[in-house]
Design a protein around this ligand. Structure first.
Ligand code: GDP
Ligand code: MG
Length: 596
C-alpha cells in the first residue's frame, strides 16, 4: 500500500470514557465486522479483559475508509489503558502518527486523559479532540469542549462530538482521521526496519507479533532478525488484522500488521524491539527498547500443597504470553512451596492470579506485595531486596525506596481530603492547577509502596468516587524503613514479615498480632505472638493455653461419633504447619493473608 493512503492512529482515553465501544462502532462503520458478528468489545480478546472492561493487550486493526473517492487504509492501534503497562502504551503510541483524545461528555478530563495526552505529545502525535457519549442526558458538551480546547490549544468548534453507543458522529470522525492526520513517512528502499508494539502467544500459531514497518519491506519466507538479541527466524506468515488475520504478500513503509515465525515464547519477540532482515540488516534500531521492569513482588502459593507442580507448569505457560512475568521458587514455613513473582503493578498481579486460578483451576494465596528496596549495609554493600526475608540483618546504612509521581484530578471541594490522604501516605505536594473553576489537578511525589496498595480505594472513598488518579515511576529516595517480623513462640513466621516505614511499624505489628491471635487455635501451652524490629519487640498478644481433648466433648457416648471426630482431626492434621513447637492450621495463615 502507498504510504500516502495510510493513517495510523490510536484512541486514548480515561478508563470507561468509551474507547472500546467507539472502536467497536468503527469496525462496524467501516464494514470490517458485520452487525451479526458484532459482540460488545470485539477487540478485548481475553475473557478477563471482557469481564473487567479493561484492555490489557494492544492490537491493531486495519479498516478501509473512503474520502473523496480515494480509498484509505486506517490502522487503529489499541493501547492498554492502565499505568502498569505504560511501556507497552509508549510503544503503541510510537507506532502512530495521530491520536483520538476521547473524553466522556458527562465527565470531562480525568487523570488518565492528561497522562495519555502528555505521552501522545511526547511522541509528537497529531491530536484529534473528541467528546463521547453525547447521547447521555447528563452530557454537557459545550462545557467540556471548552475545557478540552483550552487544554490542547484549539477552538471549541474543533472538538468533535460523537456517541460510540449510537454511532452518531463516527463517520465524521473517520473522515477527520484521514484529513487531519499525517501519512506515515519512511524510506522504501532502505534496509527493512519494523518496530514490535505487541506480541501475543497463540496456542495454535505460536507467537503472533504486531509490528509497524518504518523503512523497507518485509515479505514472507525471508529470514528476519531481532535487533536486540541478533536471533534470526524464518518469516512464516505476514499479514494484517481486519480484525481476523489475513495473510498478505508483505508489509511496506507505514504499514501495520502481524508476523509469525513459529517461536513459542513472547520473550523471543519483545515489545519495543526492532525487526530487520538477516540478508540486509539495518544498522540502527528504532530505539526505545527496554526490558520490562517488575515493580511489585509477592509470594504465590497453592493452598493445596500438592498443586505445586500445577502452579509451576501454569506459570511456565503464562510466561509464554507475558514477557513481564518473572518468578523463582520460594519456600515458606507457613505456606510451603511456592514462587516469588515479580509484577509490573498490582493490576498485573491481580490479572496473573486470576488467570492462574481460572485457566489452571488453582486455589492460590499471595503474600503481602512489596516494592523493591535498595539496602546499603554498614560495610557499604548494596542489596536489592525484593522479599522482606532478604532484608539484611544487623546495622543498616541506608534504605532507598522507589517513588511515584502521582496526578490526581478532583472537584475543588475535595482538595483538603486528597491532601490529607497524600500527607498520611508520606507524600510531598509538587503543585496544583485549576483545570476549570470546579476542578483541580493536584500533583504529589509519594513512595510507590504507599500508592500501589490501597491508595486508589482510599482516594475514591474520600472523594465520593470523583477523584481520578494516574502515576508513574519517579526515581527513588532514602527513607527510615524497617523490617517488622512476626514471631510465634519466638519463631519467625516468614510470610508475615514486612518492610514498612518506622512510623507505621507499630500499627502493622499490632494489626498482625491481633489478627493471628483471633485465627490461631489455642494450644496445650501458652503461645506469645510478637511483632519485632530486629530484637526489639514492638507488639505482643498471647494465645492462652487449653487442655485440648476432643474426645472429652463426647461425654463417653456414641462410639461412631468418637471415631468420626478422630478422623476429622486426622484430616485436619495434614494441613497443619509447625512453627517451632506451635501447630497452626494452614487456614489460619491463609485467612490472615487474605484481605478482609
Ligand atoms: P473504555 O474503558 O474506555 O474502553 O470504555 P467502554 O467502551 O468499555 O465503555 C464504558 C461504559 O460506557 C460502558 O458501559 C459503555 O456501554 C458506556 N458507553 C460507551 N460509549 C457510550 C456512549 O457513546 N453513550 C453511552 N450512553 N454510553 C457509552
Ligand atoms: Mg476498554
Amino acid at each position: 500500500t502507498d504510504p500516502s493512503v495510510i493513517r495510523n492512529f490510536c484512541i486514548i482515553a480515561h478508563i470507561d470514557h468509551g474507547k472500546s465501544t467507539l472502536a467497536d462502532r468503527m469496525l462496524q462503520c467501516t464494514g470490517v465486522v458485520q452487525p451479526r458478528d458484532m459482540k460488545a468489545q470485539y477487540l478485548d480478546r481475553m475473557d478477563i479483559e471482557r469481564e473487567r472492561g479493561i484492555t490489557i493487550k494492544s492490537q491493531a486493526v486495519r479498516m478501509p475508509w473512503e474520502v473523496d473517492g480515494v480509498d484509505y487504509a486506517l490502522n487503529m492501534i489499541d493501547t492498554p489503558g492502565h499505568v502498569d503497562f505504560s511501556y507497552e502504551v509508549s510503544r503503541s503510541l510510537a507506532s502512530c502518527e495521530g491520536a483520538i483524545l476521547l473524553v466522556d461528555a458527562a465527565q470531562g478530563i480525568e487523570a488518565q486523559t492528561l497522562a495519555n495526552l502528555y505521552l501522545a505529545m511526547e511522541h509528537e502525535l497529531e491530536i484529534i479532540p473528541v467528546l463521547n457519549k453525547i447521547d447521555l442526558p447528563a452530557a454537557d458538551p459545550d462545557r467540556y469542549a471548552a475545557e478540552l480546547a483550552q487544554l490542547i490549544g484549539c477552538e471549541p468548534e474543533d472538538v468533535l462530538r460523537v456517541s460510540g453507543k449510537t454511532g452518531v458522529g463516527v463517520p465524521e470522525l473517520l473522515d477527520r482521521v484521514v484529513t487531519s492526520l499525517p501519512a506515515p513517512v519512511g524510506q522504501a528502499d532502505a534496509p527493512a526496519r519494523a518496530m514490535i508494539f505487541d506480541s501475543v502467544y497463540d496456542t495454535y500459531r505460536g507467537v503472533v507479533t504486531y509490528v509497524r514497518v518504518v523503512d523497507g519491506r518485509l515479505t514472507p519466507r525471508e529470514k528476519i532478525r531481532m535487533m536486540s538479541t541478533g536471533a534470526a527466524h524464518e518469516l512464516l506468515e505476514i499479514g494484517v488484522s481486519s480484525p481476523e488475520p489475513q495473510p498478505t504478500e508483505g508489509l511496506g513503509v507505514g504499514e501495520v500488521g502481524y508476523l509469525i515465525t513459529g517461536v513459542k515464547d513472547v520473550r523471543q519477540s519483545k515489545v519495543g524491539d526492532t525487526v530487520t532482515l538477516e540478508s540486509d540488516p539495518a544498522e540502527q534500531e528504532i530505539g526505545g527498547y527496554r526490558d520490562p521492569q517488575p515493580m511489585v513482588f509477592s509470594g504465590l502459593y497453592p493452598i493445596d500443597g500438592s498443586d505445586y507442580p500445577v502452579l509451576r507448569d501454569a506459570l511456565d505457560k503464562l510466561k509464554l504470553n507475558d514477557a513481564a512475568l518473572n518468578y523463582e521458587p520460594e519456600t515458606s514455613v507457613a505456606l510451603g512451596f511456592g514462587f516469588r513473582v515479580g509484577f509490573l503493578g498490582l493490576l498485573h498481579l491481580e490479572i496473573v492470579r486470576e488467570r492462574l486460578e481460572r485457566e489452571f483451576d488453582l486455589d492460590l494465596i499471595s503474600t503481602m506485595p512489596n516494592v523493591v528496596y535498595q539496602v546499603t549495609t554498614e560495610d557499604r554493600t548494596v542489596v536489592e531486596v525484593t522479599n522482606p526475608s532478604e532484608f539484611p540483618e544487623g546495622k543498616i546504612h541506608e534504605v532507598r525506596e522507589p517513588m511515584a509521581a502521582a496526578t490526581i484530578i478532583v472537584p475543588a471541594e475535595f482538595i483538603g481530603a486528597v491532601m490529607e490522604l497524600c500527607q498520611s501516605k508520606r507524600g510531598h505536594l509538587q503543585g496544583m492547577d485549576y483545570l476549570s473553576e470546579e476542578r483541580v489537578e493536584i500533583r504529589y511525589r509519594i513512595p510507590l509502596a504507599e500508592i500501589v496498595f490501597d491508595f486508589f480505594d482510599s482516594l475514591k472513598s474520600r472523594t465520593k468516587g470523583y477523584a481520578s488518579l494516574n502515576w508513574g515511576a519517579d526515581g527513588d529516595q532514602a527513607a527510615d524503613l524497617v523490617k517488622v517480623d512476626i514471631l510465634l513462640q519466638g519463631d519467625q513466621v516468614d510470610a508475615f514479615s514486612a518492610i514498612t516505614h518506622r512510623d507505621f511499624a507499630y500499627s502493622y505489628g499490632t494489626m498482625m498480632t491481633a489478627k493471628l491471635k483471633e485465627l490461631i487455635p489455642r494450644q496445650q501451652f501458652e503461645v506469645p505472638i510478637q511483632a519485632a524490629i530486629g530484637s526489639r519487640i514492638i507488639a505482643r498478644e498471647n494465645i492462652r493455653a487449653i487442655r485440648k481433648d476432643v474426645l472429652s466433648k463426647c461425654y463417653g457416648g456414641d462410639i461412631s461419633r468418637k471415631r468420626k471426630l478422630l478422623e476429622k482431626q486426622k484430616e485436619g492434621k495434614k494441613r497443619m504447619k509447625m512453627v517451632g513447637t506451635v501447630e497452626v492450621p494452614q487456614e489460619a495463615f491463609i485467612a490472615a493473608l487474605s484481605s478482609d
